[in-house]
Design a protein. Structure first.
Lengths: 327, 291
C-alpha cells in the first residue's frame, strides 16, 4: 500500500503548490514566474542534453541504420551494395539461423523459469529465518559477483568430462558420467545451469518483496483456515507477482542476448547446439565480416524481443496483481 | 508481536515440536543452497593452488598439498594480467565519472525541472532499457570505424558520457531525486540561484548514497564487459581483464592450474569492491525491485 502511494507521488513529482502560495507568488510578480518557467524549460533540455544526444547517437540512430544496413550486402572493408530484402530471404534458408533461434529459445526456456524458481524458493527460505540471514544473503550473492568470463572458465572446468567436479559428484553417487557442455543434448541445460547459479540477485529482490507482503493479509487468511499452501498461492504469490513479472522480463531480455558463455565455453558448439543468437550475430559481423547480413539478423532479434515483451506484458494482465486496481 | 501472542495461544507441545522441525528443515535447505552457491568458489580456490596431478585426483581433494603458489606466477608470466588490470582501470576511470555525470543530469531534469517534452524524452529513455543492444552493434561499429577510433578506448568510454545504455541508472536516480523536498529548490531560486545551483549544491550532495550505488554498478558492468573489448580492442597490449582471461582460456586449455589462478585474479578486485561496499550493493539490489 505504502509503496503504491509512494509510486503515485513519484509519478507526479510536482504537486500544485497550495492556493495561497500561488496567490502570493502571482501577486509578487507575474513576469518572474513566467521567467522561471521559461528558464526551467531551457535548463531541462540542457540537463537532459547528454542523454538525448546519446539516445539519438547510440540507440535510435543505430536502430534505423541497422535496418538500412540490413538491406545491403556489405562486406567489412568494402563498399555496400543495396540488395533489398535478399538478406531476409537468405536468412529463412540459413540452417545456422534456425539453429541459433532454437538454441536461444531452448536456453531462455530453461534458464529464465529455472532462475526465477530457484531465486523465489531461496527467498522464501531466507524469509523464514532471522538468525544467519545476513550471512546467507552474502553467500547467495557471491556467484553474482563473479565476472561472466571467470564464471564461464570455472564451470568449464567443473564440466570437464574426465576429472571435473560435476562428474566426480555423479561418480560418488554411483551415477554414470555426463558429457555436459560437450554433448549436443545436454549443452544448453548445462550453460543454463551456470546462469541459474547466479540466482542471488533475483533472490534478494524477491526477499525484499516478500518482506513487503502485509502480515494482516496472511493472518486474515490463516484465521479463515487457509493452510500454508493456500496462503502461498492466494496471498503471497499475488502480492509479489509484479516483482515476478519484473524478474521474468529482465531475465528474458538478458537471456535472449546471451553471449559470454557461448564465446568462452562452447564457441556455439557442439554442432551449433549453443549457437546463441547474439553469438551468431557476432560471428557473422566480426568473424565473417558480413555486416549487412548481421544487421538483418539483428533486426529479427529486435522483432523477437518486441514480440516476447508484448506477449509477457499481455499475459501479465491475467496473473499479475496490482493493488488498488479496479477491473 | 500480535502474531507471536496469537500463535502462543494455540500452541500445544506437538505444534511447538512441529515448528522446531520446520525451522531445522529450513536451515538444512538454506545450507544446501548455500553449498551449491559456494562450492564452485572453493573448487576454484583449491585448484588455483594445486599441482596438476592433485587437480585431477579422484575422489576430489580439497586441501592442496603442496600449495602450488607457482600457478599465479605462471599465469602472470603467460599473460600480462597486471597490464590488463591497468587497461581496465583506465577505462573504468573514464566511464564512471561519465555515467555519473550524464545520468544524474538527466535524472535531475526528469525529477526536478518542468519542461516541454519531458515525458516524451523520459519515455524514450525508459523504452531504450527494453531494447536489445545487439541491434545497435554493427552501425555503432561502422560509426567508430569511420571516425578512426577502432583500437582505441574511445568506443568503450565516450558513450558513457552520453548515458548510453544507462536508462536504468537514470530511472533509479530519478526516484531518489524526487524524494528531496521541493522547498530546498525554491529556497535556492529565491536567493537568485539557477537550476545548476540546485543540481550541484542541493541534489548531488544529498544523494551521495545513490550516486555511489550507480558508480559501483558501473564499475562492475565495465569490468565484466566482454563483447565491447572483443569488438574494439584488437591489440593484446590494450586488452581488458575479462578479455585477457577469455584469450587465456583459448591458449591454455590444459593448464587448469594457471587458468584457475588467472580467473581468481579477475574475480578478486570485484570481491574486494563488494567487501568495501556491501551495504550499498545489498540496499541497491533491493531497491531495483521497487519498480
Amino acid at each position: 500500500m505504502t509503496i503504491q502511494a509512494e509510486r503515485q507521488d513519484a509519478l507526479h513529482p510536482d504537486p500544485e503548490p497550495p492556493a495561497t502560495e500561488r496567490h502570493r507568488e502571482r501577486a509578487k510578480s507575474k513576469s518572474s514566474t513566467n521567467g522561471l518557467a521559461r528558464s526551467q524549460n531551457r535548463w531541462g533540455w540542457i540537463f537532459a542534453a547528454p542523454a538525448i544526444i546519446g539516445f539519438f547517437l547510440f540507440v535510435a540512430g543505430p536502430m534505423v541504420a541497422s535496418f538500412i544496413i540490413g538491406l545491403t550486402n556489405w562486406q567489412i572493408g568494402l563498399s555496400p551494395a543495396f540488395v533489398g530484402f535478399d538478406n531476409y530471404v537468405h536468412l529463412v534458408q540459413d540452417p545456422s539461423f534456425w539453429d541459433a533461434l532454437k538454441a536461444t529459445a531452448y536456453y531462455v526456456i530453461v534458464a529464465v523459469p529455472g532462475g526465477v524458481l530457484v531465486a523465489f524458493l531461496a527467498a522464501l527460505l531466507l524469509n523464514r529465518v532471522r538468525r544467519g540471514r545476513g550471512l546467507f544473503r552474502v553467500v547467495f550473492y557471491l556467484p553474482v559477483l563473479v565476472p561472466p568470463v571467470a564464471s564461464a572458465v570455472i564451470w568449464l572446468w567443473i564440466f570437464a568430462p574426465d576429472a571435473g567436479l560435476a562428474n566426480s559428484f555423479l561418480k560418488m553417487l554411483g551415477l554414470p558420467p555426463l558429457q555436459w557442455i560437450y554433448d549436443q543434448a545436454t549443452a544448453v541445460p548445462s550453460v543454463a545451469l551456470v546462469t541459474i547459479w547466479a540466482f542471488g540477485n533475483m533472490a534478494l529482490i524477491f526477499l525484499a518483496a516478500l518482506q513487503g507482503v502485509p502480515r494482516e493479509l496472511l493472518e486474515a487468511a490463516e484465521m479463515d483456515g487457509a493452510g500454508p499452501f493456500r496462503r502461498m498461492l492466494n496471498v503471497t504469490i499475488p502480492q509479489v507477482s509484479p516483482i515476478i513479472l519484473f524478474n521474468v522480463i529482465t531475465g528474458t531480455i538478458a537471456a535472449l542476448q546471451a553471449f559470454d558463455s557461448a564465446y568462452v565455453m562452447t564457441q556455439g558448439g557442439p554442432n551449433n547446439a549453443t549457437l546463441f543468437y547474439v553469438y551468431y550475430i557476432y560471428q557473422t559481423a566480426f568473424g565473417a565480416g558480413n555486416l549487412g547480413y548481421a544487421s538483418a539478423l539483428a533486426w529479427v532479434l529486435f522483432i523477437i524481443v518486441l514480440i516476447v515483451t508484448v506477449v509477457v506484458f499481455r499475459t501479465a494482465r491475467h496473473w499479475v496483481f496490482y493493488e488498488g486496481e479496479v477491473k | 508481536m500480535t502474531t507471536e501472542l496469537g500463535v502462543v495461544r494455540h500452541t500445544s507441545r506437538g505444534a511447538r515440536v512441529r515448528r522446531r522441525i520446520g525451522t531445522t528443515i529450513v536451515y538444512a535447505l538454506l545450507v544446501l543452497v548455500g553449498l551449491a552457491a559456494v562450492i564452485p568458489f572453493v573448487w576454484l580456490l583449491r585448484s588455483s593452488v594445486m599441482g596438476t596431478a592433485q587437480i585431477f585426483a579422484f575422489p576430489p581433494e580439497w586441501i592442496p598439498s603442496p600449495w602450488e603458489w607457482g600457478n599465479f606466477a605462471g599465469a602472470l608470466e603467460a599473460q600480462p594480467f597486471l597490464l590488463y588490470f591497468l587497461n581496465t582501470l583506465k577505462i573504468v576511470a573514464i566511464v564512471v565519472p561519465g555515467v555519473l555525470f550524464s545520468t544524474s543530469a538527466a535524472a535531475f531534469a526528469f525529477a526536478r525541472l518542468r519542461w516541454k517534452g519531458r515525458n516524451l524524452v523520459f519515455g524514450a529513455v525508459l523504452s531504450s532499457m527494453l531494447l536489445p543492444w545487439a541491434v545497435t552493434l554493427v552501425p555503432t561499429f561502422i560509426m567508430w570505424q569511420s571516425l578512426g577510433l577502432v583500437n582505441t578506448i574511445g568506443p568503450l568510454t565516450i558513450p558513457a558520457w552520453f548515458a548510453a545504455g544507462a536508462g536504468f541508472n537514470i530511472f533509479l536516480l530519478r526516484q531518489f531525486f524526487q524524494q528531496v523536498p521541493v522547498e530546498l529548490d525554491n529556497a535556492v531560486y529565491v536567493d537568485g540561484g539557477n537550476p545548476w545551483t540546485v543540481y550541484s549544491r542541493v541534489i548531488l550532495p544529498l544523494n551521495k548514497g545513490p550516486l555511489m550505488l550507480v558508480g559501483i554498478f558501473t564499475v562492475i558492468a565495465t569490468w565484466n564487459d566482454l563483447l565491447g573489448p572483443l569488438i574494439y580492442l584488437n591489440d593484446p597490449a590494450s586488452f581488458t581483464m575479462s578479455q585477457g582471461l577469455a584469450a587465456f582460456r583459448g591458449l591454455y586449455v590444459s593448464q587448469w592450474g594457471y587458468l584457475m589462478a588467472a580467473s581468481l585474479l579477475v574475480i578478486l578486485p570485484i570481491v574486494a569492491l563488494f567487501a568495501f561496499a556491501q551495504r550499498y550493493i545489498m540496499e541497491g539490489v533491493t531497491l531495483t525491485g521497487l519498480k
